[in-house]
Design a protein around this ligand. Structure first.
Ligand SMILES: Cc1cc2nc3c(=O)[nH]c(=O)nc-3n(C[C@H](O)[C@H](O)[C@H](O)COP(=O)(O)O)c2cc1C
Length: 208
């Protein structure tokens, strides 16, 4: 069964990014009822601390050394997480903007799955090469401010360029960002931003 992988990154019950993801997924399910939707919540699902054996495993691989048994066991967790993502034909990431960037749990997931020999490799002649097959990906980014121009009241959106680069590095280039903002402040601009994003997502989902 083809799979859409949804990485859910807001811990809030009233999350705007999650509400928008639900709009997208409702439409997607109608368009593709035979698809499996695999949801990972970065706040609830286990993410291994990136220290000890798993960290040693990364450095062993970079240094061209074989794993010890403990390193292999620790690395297997990263492998399972990367495979869960890599096996999906479509990806949806719904996330808040936190302090100009992404929540640390999403960064944690990226740190776990970005591994040499797993999602990228290094070739001395050609440099860094991605190992994940490209696939259509939508990123829903909710922010208190409106970052449509990339800036808000002197603040910069670092979440969009960071996520674009982190995904490109492992091979995922076909990424569309759907920002929702402002999500706080006077009602009318919040409603307009929400409605606009929901409309765009409903439309995107039918041809995703
Ligand atoms: C820790 C934290 C940091 C935040 N940093 C920013 C920020 O840098 N820029 C911004 O516009 N909004 C910021 N916000 C507001 C959130 O982006 C906003 O509430 C958004 O709707 C959260 O997404 P969610 O509704 O899906 O949880 C921050 C909120 C929190 C809790």
């Amino acid at each position: 069964m083809p799979k859409l992988f949804h990485l859910l990154c807001s811990p809030r019950a009233d999350s705007e990014s999650l509400a928008a993801a639900r709009v997208f997924l409702d439409r997607f399910r109608k368009a593709r009822p035979d698809w499996d939707i695999d949801e990972m919540n970065v706040w609830r699902d286990h993410l291994p601390e990136f220290e000890g054996y798993i960290l040693e495993a990364k450095y062993a691989r970079i240094g061209g050394k074989s794993f010890t048994e403990s390193q292999r066991d620790a690395f297997a967790i990263a492998e399972r997480m990367a495979v869960r993502f890599a096996l999906a034909e479509r990806v949806l990431i719904s996330t808040p903007m936190w302090n100009f960037g992404i929540p640390y749990k999403l960064k944690h997931w990226i740190d776990v799955i970005s591994q040499p020999g797993l999602t990228f490799r290094f070739d001395p002649a050609r440099g860094y090469l991605p190992l994940v097959k490209d696939r259509p990906t939508v990123v829903i980014l909710a922010s208190g401010g409106d970052f449509a121009t990339g800036m808000n009241r002197g603040r910069v959106d670092l979440a969009t360029p960071y996520l674009r680069e982190a995904l490109r590095f492992i091979g995922v280039r076909d990424v569309q960002f759907v920002p929702i903002g402002p999500t706080s402040g006077p009602d009318e601009p919040v409603r307009i931003a929400r409605d606009g994003a929901h409309r765009r997502l409903a439309e995107l989902a039918t041809r995703f």
